[in-house]
Design a binder for this molecule. Sequence first.
Ligand SMILES: Cc1cc2nc3c(=O)[nH]c(=O)nc-3n(C[C@H](O)[C@H](O)[C@H](O)COP(=O)(O)OP(=O)(O)OC[C@H]3O[C@@H](n4cnc5c(N)ncnc54)[C@H](O)[C@@H]3O)c2cc1C
Length: 449
Amino acid sequence: MNKKSIIVIGAGMSGLAAAHELNKAGWNVTVLEARERVGGRVHTVRAFSSGLIAEGGAEYINESQFRMIALAKEFDLRLGNVGTWQNQSGDWAALEGKTGLMEDKALWGTDLSEEYKQVWVALAELGKQVSDPANPIAAINARELDAQNAQSWIESLQVHPLAKTLFANHIRAEYTCEPKNFSLLDLARNGALYYSDPDAADPAFRVIGGNDQIPNAIASRLPDLRLNAVVSSVKVQAEEVVVTYKQADSFHTIRAAYAILAIPLTTARQIDFDGSLPTAHHAMLNGLSYGSVTKVMIEYRRRFWHERGWNGRVNTDLPIIYTWDATSHLEGERGILTAYTGGEPGAALTRLSDTERIQTAVSAIDRIFPGFSDLIENTQTIAWGNEIFTRGSYMAYAPNQVTAHWQALFSPAGRLYFAGEHATIYQGFMEGAVESGQRAARNIIEKGQ
Ligand SMILES: Cc1cc2nc3c(=O)[nH]c(=O)nc-3n(C[C@H](O)[C@H](O)[C@H](O)COP(=O)(O)OP(=O)(O)OC[C@H]3O[C@@H](n4cnc5c(N)ncnc54)[C@H](O)[C@@H]3O)c2cc1C
């Protein structure tokens, strides 16, 4: 057995980041990827007119996400600025049958953006209960917080009822689960990690030409990347890890000193570990919850939304929850609106056929801004729960799951290491996937000395 050999399972951002580090350190790396492409949940859709593209999966890279920014730089990719995620001029709400600018007092009877800001102030306060977001289980009242859910916290807030609706939608979009299914400990942890200053701005970017250029560029550097290779069993032994995968109609078994499992836990549940996982890892792998998310991308011949001071972003109680302009970082007449739907509305759209899902989004946008559907040129959609190598959106800690599984998530099972957006403090982001992969690689390189 080559002591510096490793099998990386999954060629999403986490697996690729790990493989990239190990390859540079001179390790013998084999990457197994089930799909015929790399990138996983980073998936640029190139099915629109005039070379327009939209991100079907991960879209935004924040300025603070230095690992992703560094990868873009390493491969000479340019970033297009899309402003801050939280608050932009031209943000609309469409709630209770009314539609318009968040700050339109005449419409809402109050400045909704100011009302909404009070929730972020409360979130910053909640975050103070988690002094170390990298170790939430050490918070004094960790168990108590973890047993509660975000819904009851939202209900307890002394803010305008519509601000509560807006924040419930924020949870559905950011964590892709219903607030009642989201651990208050993890909301507090996120509050501490990202939202301790309600006035802070963290501008976001998209990679010009498509986010998928980052995974593609890393993949091009890897000497042994096997596509269409679906891992079906992993056996962790004292001296090696034995991995079996199916490619075309044949099964192949390979061995290495270490392995990194860099796939969603939802798909890891399909793998036979032959009883070789410790109990805590087995419970973690099978127990952690995932959210639901869908995207519908609609190309319009004209960016009609600019005509009435709408930037394309709406937070709504219609079935689509959120929209934004997927082309906001580019000049041009044509544009793409993306409807981004998480939580129970996302699960409901996942259950529809592609055609029905697209129709639901088109109708909702037509209710918000009537009369422009005849400008539609192309439509595309992805329901990530229906993708068999994803089976969900990303991990979302349900009540009691942080305290139950945090430790196992951050420790290897013998020679098997865990990476992925779930196995990081920057959970749910490309940045987190990269952090987890780089950390796993570093730990293994140290062990292999
Ligand atoms: C709709 C959507 C929007 C998002 N928006 C953002 C955003 O704006 N910003 C952001 O930073 N993040 C965003 N994310 C999250 C981001 O996409 C993920 O955090 C990140 O890409 C996950 O990388 P990963 O390596 O953990 O997993 P994945 O990307 O899922 O990679 C895992 C890989 O493993 C493969 N695989 C699965 N099963 C097997 C098997 N049995 N054998 C072999 N290979 C297998 C899969 O095909 C896949 O390629 C979004 C995600 C979604 C779904």
